[in-house]
Design a protein around this ligand. Structure first.
Ligand SMILES: Cc1cc2nc3c(=O)[nH]c(=O)nc-3n(C[C@H](O)[C@H](O)[C@H](O)COP(=O)(O)O)c2cc1C
Length: 205
């Protein structure tokens, strides 16, 4: 099983990357043979889409000048893809949006990402700060690429299936640091790992 994580935060060591590492550790614990690779967009050279529409024919002229093709190669080889994103103004950060815009050529090229399981991890600063909106945006992007969105499944009374971490705790001025554990998000990330193991076994490539 190959799983690729896309870390969409421009800052290193952020909360979204931390929850992804919880997910990745659990996946390795459940399946020691799992190959989990992390693509940190902040480390990639990635040019912005210019809207030239060359991708309608399955090609992107920017591919020859940056790291996008390397990422495509890894994604195409994956059984499951997990995007970890911060919330920036109730949306994804520009870095991740650039990645999403550039993905159009994969869609136009016979849906290169179709039938890959897809999961989300989202980090917000504030409670009610837009994490669920960003989760929805990512899931709709996955649907548009023919991917198979999934969530974790745990105790339905006390666990949400969507890994969302929030820096703000119970009080207005009480914040966790991005590297601090978040019981609820970490549990959901582990549940997502369980689901990946279960679902990847169902779809034979
Ligand atoms: C430009 C910018 C915009 C942000 N917008 C929001 C927002 O709309 N809602 C929110 O809850 N947090 C917002 N935040 C806080 C981040 O979501 C928070 O710091 C989160 O931990 C970032 O993820 P990371 O730690 O993985 O980088 C914003 C942060 C930045 C830098």
């Amino acid at each position: 099983m190959k799983v690729v994580g896309i870390i969409g935060s421009p800052r290193k060591g952020g909360a979204s990357a931390r929850v992804f590492s919880v997910f990745a550790s659990e996946l390795k614990a459940l399946d020691p043979n799992a190959d989990v690779e992390q693509i940190c967009l902040a480390d990639m050279r990635m040019l912005q889409c210019t809207g030239c529409d060359a991708c309608l024919k399955g090609e992107c002229p920017l591919d020859k000048d940056d790291d996008y093709p390397k990422m495509v190669e890894k994604l195409v080889a994956a059984d499951a893809i997990v995007v970890a994103s911060p919330v920036y103004f109730f949306n994804v950060p520009g870095l991740l949006k650039t990645f999403i815009d550039r993905s159009r050529r994969m869609k136009m090229n016979r849906n290169m990402l179709k039938n890959k399981w897809f999961g989300t991890i989202v980090a917000s600063g504030l409670r009610n700060g837009g994490a669920e909106s960003v989760t929805s945006l990512l899931l709709v992007w996955a649907l548009s690429q023919g991917m198979l969105p999934m969530s974790g499944l745990g105790n339905p009374v006390i666990e949400s299936g969507l890994p969302i971490t929030t820096l703000q705790k119970d009080k207005l001025k009480e914040f966790r640091k991005p590297g601090d554990e978040d019981e609820i998000a970490d549990k959901a990330a582990k549940r997502l790992a369980e689901r990946v193991v279960e679902l990847v076994a169902l779809v034979k490539r």
